[in-house]
Design a protein around this ligand. Structure first.
Ligand code: 4NP
Length: 160
């Protein structure tokens, strides 16, 4: 069975599409596109049907990640909770929001902070870069690359 990963942030225009683009490239580079499905969503719906933030697209592009095909959407409960094997949130607010959607708590174990997979960085959240300077976007990518590399290793073990 295909493993399904959903990255979640607030607007689905900065952090979670960046995570989707980074992880998708890692999955493709490993030849695991048929085994792992990658998606992202926002807890809010203000940016539904919009492309990712231009600044995020620019910084991700510099590292070889193409965010241009991605389109924003809002998380759907209960469908997204049932379909996905990993639901990885960017900050504490996203985590609380997604867990609140899981009223029966059935899916709680698979709803986790993305940074819980970080090996290099020791942080609690991927901070919202929306109102920050350009280096905020680079920091987001540093955290996402760190976590996604470990996430892929974990999923690979499950695929064996
Ligand atoms: P994201 O960033 O949650 O990483 O997509 C944000 C995008 C938009 C807004 C806030 C955060 N906003 O306030 O519109």
């Amino acid at each position: 069975m295909k493993k399904k990963v959903l990255f979640v942030c607030l607007g689905n225009i900065c952090r979670s599409p960046a995570a989707e683009g980074v992880f998708l490239k890692m999955v493709k580079d490993s030849g695991l596109e048929k085994e792992i499905h990658v998606d992202s969503a926002g807890t809010g719906g203000w940016h539904a049907d919009e492309p990712p933030d231009e600044r995020m697209t620019h910084h991700a592009g510099k590292r070889g990640y193409d965010l241009s095909p991605l389109v924003g959407r809002q998380i759907r409960a209960p469908d997204d909770l049932e379909i996905h094997d990993y639901i990885l949130t960017m900050d504490d607010s996203n985590l609380r929001h997604v867990r609140a959607l899981d009223r029966t708590r059935k899916h709680h174990p698979k709803i986790k902070p993305l940074v819980s997979y970080c090996k290099i960085h020791s942080v609690k959240e991927v901070p919202d870069p929306y109102y920050k300077e350009e280096d905020g976007f680079e920091h987001v990518l540093d955290l996402i690359e760190d976590a996604c590399a470990e996430l892929l290793s974990e999923i690979k073990k499950e695929l064996i």
